[in-house]
Design a protein around this ligand. Structure first.
Ligand code: FAD
Length: 498
């Protein structure tokens, strides 16, 4: 006989409907996504987790809010349970139980991902790494750091700084994102130009598979060619292949001198020329090359009252150098700026060497996402394009949107050909979304780009995987998923089309 008793999921669902409807709709009500045939959470399941984790088993409806809603507030699930393990052993027991009970799981890091990957789509159990924040080992000589996956990036950086080191990635979300989340998304960020991506900087990983098996790839060696490099499978897998529990990271030496320039330029051709000059003149000390268009600065003024420190220009650059000798680095940057001004490539600019001034310039660029949540709705795209086509997409989308958008603006890690293009509108509508997508992805493909440069596919882009990758690639991804997670309990509806 079918039971009519309310499951924990039913209660959360009713809560969301009662208190939050209108504020932020449920993902399942916005998108045509169907719940897969996973079991619904029952009270005896919850009891198992309470016996295992005690009060680290979250069932309080208000407390669950932060696990059900993502950073941009574009997607929302209705999970009735969030679990906060502290050890790999606990993660293993949780996943084994979920796998045996056919319960879906959503890995959750700092919840700063921008494609809806870290929150449930329906009632998946949230598996949070937030209490897995121990430093396991730091070797100041080799620069190798081993830590648990839930360490917040900024905290890690402060810890390795004491040993004269730095973490090799830098994102504006560093105050909240986890190293495990960074690995799971293969995060890029502001310094990738200099320090390379996580496939290079992650030396090893410990991961728990869907069935609870602990995979030890936690090598701390730079060179280890004893077979397949399994860690790479999990870097950028967005929680769909396993739960990352530990990370071994190669940390570079912290630079003694950091200088930043903020420049104004009259057209994109000059932006490209400046990039070439910067690589030529600044060489090994160039550590970031960021571009913002004039609409980005207008957006910053309107949303956050932050202004450009120089006059109005169609494009602005933030260029950073990091090195070991202050006079040498400042001299190089000065020479570069002088040369750009003399050649009339750059129209105006300021340079900062003191830490507070450096930070003030960086905050103009880094605080852009703070304005995102002050919009009616913002469609955000994270695109990679060959440099010659880099800004064409912003121009194209501006035309495409006409007066349907409040503004279209572009900024990004230009040194890595990475463009963040945002479309601000009064409010979200399915019609608008359908008008923008797949058009923007088709144009990206025509311009020989990638539809996700750094944020991944998550939930919001998963539908376009077949479009983004050749079918042979997608088939191999599906085969690997089947081997590692045969029941598909790990982060369903993410990465793979739903
Ligand atoms: C202000 C701001 C600036 C940003 N700037 C950048 C940027 O410059 N470059 C960039 O690449 N991204 C950027 N992002 C996006 C985001 O910060 C990164 O994707 C980041 O790596 C996500 O880390 P997280 O811990 O918040 O992960 P979450 O958002 O919690 O999760 C992201 C994905 O990883 C999975 N996951 C999380 N933890 C684990 C784990 N332990 N094991 C397995 N899977 C896991 C989740 O299921 C989800 O699919 C920015 C975001 C914001 C809000």
């Amino acid at each position: 006989m079918l039971s009519t008793a309310k499951t924990p999921g039913d209660k959360v669902f009713a809560f969301v409907k009662r208190y939050l409807h209108g504020k932020s709709a449920l993902t399942k009500d916005i998108y045509d996504v169907k719940r897969e045939n996973f079991n619904k959470l029952q009270n005896h399941h919850v009891q198992f987790f309470k016996d295992l984790l005690g009060d680290r088993t979250i069932t309080d409806l208000h407390e669950l809010e932060k696990y059900n809603q993502e950073w941009m507030r574009c997607v929302r699930g209705y999970s009735a349970l969030a679990l906060k393990p502290k050890t790999t052993g606990e993660v293993s027991e949780i996943l084994k139980y979920c796998n045996d009970s056919n319960l879906a799981v959503c890995p959750h890091g700092g919840n700063t991902g921008l494609v809806g990957g870290a929150v449930p789509v329906f009632d998946e159990i949230v598996l949070s790494a937030e209490l897995m924040n121990d430093i396991i080992h730091l070797d100041a000589n080799s620069g190798v750091l081993v830590c648990q996956a839930g360490c917040v990036l900024e905290n890690l950086d402060a810890i390795v700084a004491e040993a004269g080191l730095m973490v090799p990635i830098d994102l504006a979300s560093k105050g909240s994102c986890h190293i495990g989340g960074n690995v799971a998304t293969n995060a890029g960020g502001l310094k990738l130009l200099r320090y390379g991506n996580l496939h290079g900087n992650v030396l090893g990983l410990e991961v728990v598979k869907a069935d609870g098996t602990i995979i030890d790839c936690l090598s701390t060696l730079k060179k280890d060619n004893t077979g397949f490099h399994l860690k790479h499978l999990f870097i950028g897998s967005e929680g769909t292949l396993g739960f990352i529990t530990k990370v071994a990271l190669q940390c570079p030496t912290r630079p003694k001198s950091v200088n930043v320039a903020f420049l104004g330029l009259n057209n994109f051709d000059k932006v490209l020329k400046t990039f070439k000059e910067a690589k030529h003149d600044l060489g090994e000390i160039l550590s970031a090359f960021e571009v913002m268009d004039t609409a980005t600065i207008e957006f910053m003024k309107e949303k956050l009252d932050i202004s450009s420190p120089i006059g109005k220009y169609p494009f602005y650059l933030v260029i950073e150098t990091s090195g070991s000798r202050e006079e040498h680095d400042a001299e190089k940057l000065n020479f570069f700026l002088q040369s750009c001004l003399e050649q009339n490539i750059v129209s105006d600019g300021i340079m900062a060497t003191e830490t507070h001034k450096v930070n003030a310039i960086w905050s103009i660029r880094e605080r852009v996402p703070d304005g995102f949540r002050k919009c009616g709705h913002l469609f955000c795209y994270d695109i990679s394009l060959p440099l010659e086509n880099y800004y064409l997409l912003v121009e194209d989308m501006t035309k495409h949107m006409g007066n349907m958008a409040i503004r279209v603006f572009g900024l990004g890690h230009m040194g890595d050909s990475n463009l963040h293009i945002q479309i601000e509108v009064e409010e979200f509508s399915r019609d608008l979304k359908n008008y923008i997508e797949p058009y923007i992805f088709q144009r990206t493909k025509q311009l020989k780009g990638s539809i996700s440069a750094e944020h991944g596919m998550g939930f919001l882009k998963a539908k376009y995987l077949d479009f983004a990758r050749p079918s042979s690639n997608v088939q191999m991804m599906k085969d690997l998923k089947r081997i590692l997670d045969p029941k598909g309990i790990m982060n369903p509806y993410k990465v793979f089309p739903w």
